[in-house]
Structure formats: C-alpha cells, structure tokens
Design a protein around this ligand. Structure first.
Ligand SMILES: Cc1cc2nc3c(=O)[nH]c(=O)nc-3n(C[C@H](O)[C@H](O)[C@H](O)COP(=O)(O)O)c2cc1C
Length: 408
C-alpha cells in the first residue's frame, strides 16, 4: 500500500513495510567492528560515504549523535593531487575529528599509491570506492566497471595497502555492474588476497542505481565466502534494520546511507539498540528545528555564509519530509539565504508534531530510476587485463565529482 501524498505535494512513495518486532541487542551479542590492528568501532555502524553530504559539518553532527565512524564523501585522487582547492577543502577535517575516515576515488594504482602515502599518516581509515555507477565514469572504465577486471582491482588495492602503513584500507563495491555481470565474489576474494581490512557490499548492481530493495541475501553469501569482515549496506532505514541485517547476514557491521539524510539522530537510536536499550520517542518538529539550526551553522562555518546556506536548502527538504503542511514550507526552504528565514519558515509547522512514521522509510535522494551500464568498447573482451583506464577517465572522474557536488 502506498500512502496518499498530502495535497499539493509531489507524489512520493512511502514504503509501509516497517518491522519493529525486533529485540534490542543482548549483552555480548555483537562485537565492536575491528578494522586493522588498532581501530575498534562501537556500535558497528558507519556513516556511508555520500558525495555532497558527508562533508566535515555533517560528519561532526552525526558524531555528536553517536556515529562512531563517519566516512568522508569520495575524494577524487587526481583532483586532490592536482591541488584542486574545493577537493582539498572537502578532504579536510576538524582537528578533533577522530577517527578520521576518508573515501578515495581513483582508477589508477600509481595515483592511489601517491595519494595514500601522503594522507595516510593523519587518517584512521581509508575506503576505496569501486561502486560508482555514474555513466561517465563506467563508460571510461572507472567506478563499478573496475571489479569486472579483478586483476586491475587487485593492482589498485595493492597500491593502497602498500602505501597505507598501519591505516586500514577497505573497499566498497556493488554486487556487480548488472545481474549478468556479477562481481561481488571476485571482489571479496581480491579484498582478502590484497590485505583489505574489510569489504563493504552495497546489495545492488550499478544497473539498479538505488532502485528496488537491497539484496541482503547476497550480503549473507559474501559473509560465508569471505575471510575478512563484511560490512553490509543498503536499506538500513531504522535502527531495527541494522539489527535485522546483522542477525540475518552475520555481517560485521552496517553502513548507513540515505536514512540519515535529515535524520542524524538515527545514530543515537542505533547506539541505544546496540547497547541493549529501547530508543526514545521520535523527535518533534520543536526538537528538530534546533538540530537544523545547528546543522546550518556548521555548514556556514565551513563553507561560508552564502554557500553554507545554499547547501542547507536540500537538507531543509530532507529534514521536513512527511510533516503535515511541509510541502508549502519546503517552497521557502529551497530558497532560504539566511538562518532567520529558515527559522521563520519552520515556525509555520506544528511544533508538537512527532517525526512521521511514514517518512521513516521514504527515499530521500536518488529516486528509483534504473540504467543500462555503459562500458568502454571491447571492455569485456579481456577481463584479465590489469591496465588502468587512460585518457577520458580523467575528464570522467572530474565530471563525476563535479556532478556529485552539485547534486545530492
Ligand atoms: C547523495 C548520495 C551520494 C553518494 N555518494 C557516494 C560516494 O561518494 N561514495 C560511495 O561509495 N557511495 C556513495 N553513495 C552510495 C551510498 O554510500 C550507499 O552505498 C547507498 O546510498 C546505499 O545505502 P542506503 O540504502 O543506506 O542509502 C551515495 C549515495 C547517495 C544517496
């Protein structure tokens, strides 16, 4: 059943499959996630890398709600090595950010080696992105095209692990380019052979983008096949889903993406259920407004007042999703230029209304589109080839990066 959108709202699909018939964690039921010899993550929950989202201000907010490991948005190695100013800003973190976790995007082992060598000393965890489904990237042999060539994947990972010293390296992959071009088994094998500390599997193919349900069965199959910890990713919408995924698949930790867009307190609920406590009642509008003001202030401190408030516009849409009368308020929120206007728009909402249950599982970004994955001509002819993609990839990488920054 799909709930009717409120009058005037653009049609949104709300899943009603809410399963809260899940006991909180029993003492000792789950262990801290071990990444390498030093890093221990409790609860075993990561904030997923999200371009245009997991910047330093949002990571700091999530940390305050108890997120123990917050991965940066993908940082394009080439752009960073070329000294791109915005890339360097996004690759920065506050002095007190601990642990510091960084996602790298590159298809070139030499570039990865150089980048990791330079950043690893100040970083506690590095993730490599092999799941990007953006057509410009896969068409040039990057992102989720890379695991189709396991020897190339191995070369890139080897370069990172070799340069990282004690900093644990993980990889993040999808199930494959498409159902026909499945790569997760090879990725799991390569991750182990080349010394990755863990592998994160998003239970979708690149062709699926963000559509359909994430396939948790495949996450469970990878757990069985893998000799290193597996992090499960896809469709953790509520704290209960994290427990369900860990129990169903045996994965060592979960990675939370879209659910926390406009719901950073989800990490408090996750910490509660993993520590054996029932989560508190959902926040009301009156509780959420100060969180939004705090978020906007952090964005303005980091990006400057103008860009910070412009960034806050999309967050305003996510924070208010599903509240009564919110579609009218959102019309103002997508135009706000300062904090006062944002607060004035929010004052029109019923301050007592609790966070709507029907919005818990509402897709906050990326929609339900699918795609045909485009690969370079002849790409599948020699899957043993380990030559990094050359030429157009640099443009593609940078374009993907720009697009990701502008989007979200
Ligand atoms: C706005 C947005 C940006 C994303 N950017 C990245 C990224 O930079 N690197 C990456 O590995 N995955 C990225 N992803 C994918 C997420 O990390 C995650 O794998 C995906 O959203 C599935 O998890 P979820 O169902 O919990 O959202 C992005 C997803 C969204 C919604």
């Amino acid at each position: 059943m799909v709930e009717k959108p409120e009058p005037g709202a653009s049609p949104e699909r709300f899943s009603t499959e809410i399963n809260r018939d899940v006991p909180v964690a029993a003492p000792g039921e789950f262990e801290p996630l071990a990444l390498g010899s030093k890093l221990r993550v409790w609860p075993p929950v990561l904030l997923a890398p999200m371009a245009g989202v997991t910047n330093p201000p949002f990571r700091s907010l999530c940390r305050e709600f108890g997120a123990p490991l917050c991965v940066s948005e993908m940082i394009t190695a080439r752009a960073w090595l070329r000294g791109n100013e915005l890339t360097h800003l996004l690759a920065s973190s506050s002095e007190d950010e601990r642990p510091r976790s960084f996602q790298i995007y590159s298809a070139d082992p030499d570039e990865v080696r150089e980048f990791v060598k330079r950043i690893a000393p100040g970083i506690d965890h590095i993730d490599l992105n092999f799941g990007c489904p953006v057509p410009k990237v896969t068409r040039a042999g990057g992102g989720s095209a890379i695991p189709l060539k396991p020897r190339l994947l191995a070369r890139i990972l080897r370069a990172a692990v070799g340069a990282a010293g004690e900093t644990p390296i993980t990889i993040k992959v999808r199930m494959g380019a498409s159902n026909e071009l499945s790569t997760w088994r090879d990725s799991g094998r390569v991750a182990h052979e080349e010394g990755a500390a863990a592998i994160c599997l998003h239970g979708r193919t690149a062709a699926q983008l963000y559509s359909g349900d994430a396939n948790w069965d495949v996450i469970g199959e990878l757990v069985e096949a893998s000799k290193i910890p597996v992090l499960g990713n896809g469709d953790i919408w509520e704290c209960w889903d994290a427990l369900r995924m860990m129990r169903a698949t045996g994965c060592a930790g979960v990675v939370v993406g879209r659910a926390c867009l406009g719901r950073p307190w989800l990490f408090r609920e996750l910490a509660q259920v993993f520590n054996g406590q029932e989560p508190g009642p959902p926040p009301t509008v009156g509780d959420i407004i100060p969180i939004m003001a705090d978020h906007a202030t952090r964005l303005m401190d980091f990006f400057g007042p103008e860009l910070g408030m412009r960034q806050m516009r999309k967050w305003g849409v996510w924070y208010t999703k599903g509240f009564h009368g919110s579609s009218a308020v959102r019309e103002s929120l997508v135009r706000v230029t300062n904090l006062e206007d944002m607060l004035s728009a929010l004052s029109k909402l019923n301050q007592e209304e609790p966070f709507p249950e029907r919005a818990l599982r509402a897709n906050r970004a990326k929609g339900s589109r699918k795609q045909k994955v485009v690969l370079p001509e002849g790409y599948l002819d020699d899957l043993n080839d380990d030559t990094p993609p050359k030429g157009p990839i640099s443009e593609a990488e940078l374009a993907a990066w720009d697009k990701a920054l502008g989007g979200g």
